[in-house]
Design a protein around this ligand. Structure first.
Ligand SMILES: [Zn+2]
Length: 225
């Protein structure tokens, strides 16, 4: 009796084994003396054995491939202590608060696994981080404040297209204040507005929304009426 056969993918790349790919990644690391590198950099290498996208698919992620070859993943979870230390070292080297360009150069020269943009995400700005560092160094703030990711401002609650249309329809496509209508005057533009502003806790429910023309909306600003 023939054995039951299952169609199962047991190999992805018939050209190169995992061991060969790992050897190639190691070779790249040795040639450039780096502890981590990106997919784009590997792809530009004339001695690559296969494109980095294939490697990523083969290993599940680029980070997994790097780790399999003994490198650290390039875009690992950000380590704020490492980021702050790099910033301070760069600051010392420059003898003044580093500019974006100086920090960028410093990070790439020393192969840090994060870029200067990560600082904006984490600390808001280089300036803010510099002020925190100064306060901590001077003993005015506890060190822990350095490692707290800034809270992003909450996104403005937006009104869905469906709700906008419902409000315009309900208000008869006219400004509820002055009655201006694009039907009568093509220069009129209508806005759907929060009666109690978003900033004062007004909801985006239909009963807190109204149709205003540009002029009435500008005149209103954050007065809640
Ligand atoms: Zn109006």
């Amino acid at each position: 009796m023939p054995e039951e056969f299952h169609f199962r993918v047991d190999r992805i790349n018939t050209k190169h084994s995992k061991a060969e790919i790992i050897a190639s990644l190691k070779k790249y690391g040795e040639q450039y003396g780096v502890t981590t590198f990106g997919m784009v950099e590997y792809n530009k290498w004339s001695k690559r054995i296969v494109c980095s996208g294939t490697i990523r698919n083969y290993f599940g992620s680029w980070g997994k491939a790097l780790r399999a070859a003994g490198f650290r993943a390039k875009w690992c979870k950000l380590d704020p202590k490492e980021m702050v230390n790099a910033f301070k070292q760069c600051w010392r080297e420059q003898q003044s608060v580093p500019s974006r360009k100086q920090l960028k150069d410093y990070l790439s020269r020393h192969n840090f696994p994060f870029r200067w943009r990560a600082y904006l995400d984490f600390f808001g700005s280089l300036n803010k981080l510099a002020q925190l560092v100064e306060a901590v160094e001077a003993g005015r703030s506890p060190e822990a404040v350095l490692y707290q990711r800034i809270e992003r401002e909450k996104k403005r609650r937006s009104i869905s297209l469906k709700d906008r249309i419902a409000v315009l329809k309900r208000d008869g496509y006219r400004c509820v204040k002055c009655g201006a209508s694009p039907k009568k005057d093509s220069s009129v533009t209508l806005h759907v507005d929060h009666i109690i502003p978003d900033s004062k806790g007004g909801s985006s429910e239909l009963d807190n929304l109204q149709t205003l023309c540009f002029c009435c909306n500008e005149g209103k600003k954050n007065r809640d009426d």
